[in-house]
Ligand binder design. Sequence first.
Ligand SMILES: Cc1cc2nc3c(=O)[nH]c(=O)nc-3n(C[C@H](O)[C@H](O)[C@H](O)COP(=O)(O)OP(=O)(O)OC[C@H]3O[C@@H](n4cnc5c(N)ncnc54)[C@H](O)[C@@H]3O)c2cc1C
Length: 438
Amino acid sequence: MAWDFATEPTFQKQLDWMRCFVDTDIIPLELISGDLDQPQLDILLAPLKEQVKAAGLWATHLPPEYGGQGMGQLPLALMHEVLGRSVLAPEVFGNQAPDSGNAELLAVGANEEQKKRWLYPLMAGELRSSFCLTEPDTAGSDPTTIRTTCRRDGDQWCLDGHKWFSSNASVADFLLVMAVSDPDAPPHQRAAMVVVPRNTPGLILMRDVGTMAHANEDGALMRRIGGHTELRFENCRVPLDHMIGAPGEGFLLAQKRLSGGRIHHGMRMIGQCLRAYDMLCERAASRQLRGQALGSMQRVQDMVADSASEITMARLLTLHAAWRMDHVDARESRVDIAMVKYQVPRILYQVLDRAIQLHGALGYSTDLPLEEMYRQARALRIADGADELHRQTIARAVLRDVKPVTGWPTEHIPTQRAAALERFGVLLESLSSKAPRA
Ligand SMILES: Cc1cc2nc3c(=O)[nH]c(=O)nc-3n(C[C@H](O)[C@H](O)[C@H](O)COP(=O)(O)OP(=O)(O)OC[C@H]3O[C@@H](n4cnc5c(N)ncnc54)[C@H](O)[C@@H]3O)c2cc1C
């Protein structure tokens, strides 16, 4: 009987330390760092990163041979629940997206020379990276349709194409780019993964796209983590040794970076849920209306109860998916991961909406973090694959194992009753003949 919902006491102590550190030392910096550029932000965060390293909690997502701490998915998930309380916390702990996923990709796909050049410095926090798959002119939900090309020309790869929503590209030292290397191959074997360092001629960073999270009306490059860049490759050339894996292996490699990342995103969302939930409960207990606390009203109690149970459901779903990844593997856990990816953002949205509602005008105002959290949360139903795609993954996997029937459904009562009578009829008759007469 191996089910166990307890956290090891030594790890719980680390989680407690993280929670205190995030709330006391990182969240306050969110409030005063909005106008800083990246070098200034780096200076502000550097001493905090040293504390994380001293606590042995830096870059926990990969094993020590790559410079990480080698936690399994379950402890990582619990850790991300704490880090999710703040948008800056993953950066301070060295496991922020997209760098963490890119490091996972390089760990499985790069050769030793490439690891030395890009993976180890990435894990040490000396380099930043971006992942460039999505294009404005093709549907990101079907990445086999990408049009950016990667053509061999002598001893170079030559890239041409248009990408956007490449997170952090305006501050990245290198980009991991998915581009078509083998146009005539089967769809999932057409693309390659190529490293394009910053300042490569022909890499044109156009703008960081304004979003619900960052308005950016003048279309400038933010040059700060959190931006989503639109960029072009125009006759952009890199040496042959900048390809990770072989031509045509891009999809295989891209899959490696997605699975764990989606669980960590899920747990970070639960961290956001819990922060909003704490605010919701505090307001329910504190705000007085007609001489009573809001929380004494049944509709408000419904909000508290629904939020508490939905967060618990989301948490268990996500921890179970993490546990499955540790015990089977990412491929076998695809359906579990898809459930997390589409359910948790919906729950986060509902909890945030209730917290805003219960704070009235204050909830709608910028005096509380709720409105910003609400705007940020909207992206999560699209980024890393739209909800519909994940629902489709689940339904297809479920239906693949279902045997179709001809005629009546299996649970058709008249058919089942007839079968039961045929099986037990004689026994039933003998029982009625033995029944005592009135
Ligand atoms: C904040 C943020 C960060 C991102 N970071 C990155 C990044 O770092 N690198 C990168 O390459 N990309 C990134 N993206 C892009 C993201 O991966 C894509 O937006 C996503 O894959 C959807 O692709 P699309 O935008 O082209 O929408 P489309 O594929 O055009 O889909 C549009 C809509 O169609 C519907 N739809 C799609 N498929 C189905 C279906 N099977 N059934 C029914 N309806 C469907 C959905 O409602 C979907 O939202 C990011 C996006 C966001 C919002």
